[in-house]
Design a protein around this ligand. Structure first.
Ligand code: HEC
Length: 345
């Protein structure tokens, strides 16, 4: 086993796990933001359609008020403007001195005619109605009668998106309250000032708004997509950089540790050499003297040669110890020890 820094695998951060986690959280935040913006966009579209519907309602009320303040207005009888069979007042029809026939136009009749014009002009549908209609044709549909019922409970405005003839509309309805000017004609039905006489429902087609909404939503998706992607790239780059830094640092720390160990080893081996040299020289010198004092065929001669030989080997080992320049280890029994051969190269 070698302990080389260059080839050692460092246990660094689990970068990809971290990145995936952060990207997951990031994506979740972006998705929530997208949904929130999407809902806002939808709500803004509906609010715009509601404003249009309210404006139409208010204009109707204004025109009706002007008419009612005059107790109804006279207009020439034409094919479209026939005497109102539900209007039971004296002088419903009159003639001008030159003989032109005029009939009284009630606010409700005027409203109906204006609604017809508005439908042709802008597709906005208006309907004047009541839970107790004088004219059966003014009867409410289901949505309108629900709205009228809520007005009786004190609610001031009802609106919702509804499908009519396969198209989406913003339907909005507000009550028409009885005032002094209405009583000229409606008092006999038992209405008093402040009563809810009925209401006007306005239905604004949503298709023109949907076009604007579509492009708004498209922009929303594109911008959110770009921000999300930039975020993912940023997280990836950041984690890569962090991993690189940590790796670098671990390596530097390991190198420092090796250097410190090596320093210790060099000091130790220097001391060992220094201390061993003298006894070794003494062994060699004494062996030399012994050899000179005995003959070659003496049985001890070979043994003394061997002693000399081993002392030389030890001398070589101490030289090697002095030559240690790097930190290299090997396995020995259950331990890791310095590999002197490799370390001294
Ligand atoms: C000149 C008489 C006259 C005046 C003034 C008048 N109305 Fe009417 N109104 C009628 C007649 C007649 C009808 C039913 C026939 C029709 O639709 O023209 C009617 C219909 C209505 C309707 C539709 C429901 C139904 O009963 O058919 C409402 C709602 C209504 N009037 C509210 C009012 C309010 C609110 C005022 C006061 C601001 C008012 N009217 C003033 C004569 C009048």
């Amino acid at each position: 086993m070698t302990d080389n820094i260059e080839t050692k695998q460092f246990k660094s951060l689990p970068v990809w796990k971290y990145s995936a986690g952060i990207i997951f959280v990031w994506s979740f935040i972006m998705l929530a933001l997208l949904l929130w913006n999407y809902n806002n966009e939808k709500a803004a579209t509906y609010e715009a359609a509601k404003i249009q519907a309210r404006t139409a309602f208010e204009k109707d009320v204004l025109l009706r008020q002007w008419n009612a303040d005059h107790g109804g207005l006279y207009a020439p009888i034409t094919e479209k403007t026939q005497p109102n069979p539900y209007l039971d007042i004296p002088e419903r029809e009159i003639s001008t001195p030159s003989g032109i026939k005029l009939t009284k136009i009630t606010p409700a009749f005027m409203t109906r005619q204006i609604h017809e014009l508005a439908l042709q002009m802008s597709g906005v549908r208006g309907h004047i109605t009541s839970l107790k209609p004088i004219r059966p044709g003014n009867a409410p549909d289901q949505w309108e009668s629900n709205a009228l019922a809520s007005f009786n409970k004190g609610i001031k405005e009802i609106s919702s998106v509804e499908k009519m003839n396969g198209e989406n509309y913003m339907r909005l309805m507000r009550p028409l309250l009885t005032d002094e000017s209405c009583l000229k004609c409606h008092a006999k039905q038992g209405y008093r000032v402040g009563d809810i006489r009925g209401g006007i429902s306005v239905s604004v087609p949503l298709s023109p708004y949907s076009e604007i909404e579509k492009s708004g939503i498209m922009t929303l998706f594109i911008i959110n997509g770009i921000i999300w992607f930039a975020g993912v790239m940023g997280i990836g780059a950041g984690m890569f950089f962090l991993d690189h830094q940590v790796h670098h640092r671990l390596k530097a720390e390991e190198a420092l540790r090796h250097k410190e160990k090596l320093q210790g080893i060099i000091e130790m081996s220097g001391a060992v050499c220094h201390e061993l040299n003298q006894p070794l020289q003494a062994i060699s010198g004494n062996a030399e003297l012994l050899l000179m004092s005995i003959k070659k065929d003496d049985p001890a001669y070979k043994k003394i040669i061997n002693i000399q030989h081993q002392a030389d080997r030890m001398g070589k080992i101490t030289k090697k110890l002095m030559g240690i320049t790097s930190y290299k280890t090997k396995a020995y029994l259950n331990e890791t020890i310095i590999d002197i051969d490799k370390a001294a190269k």
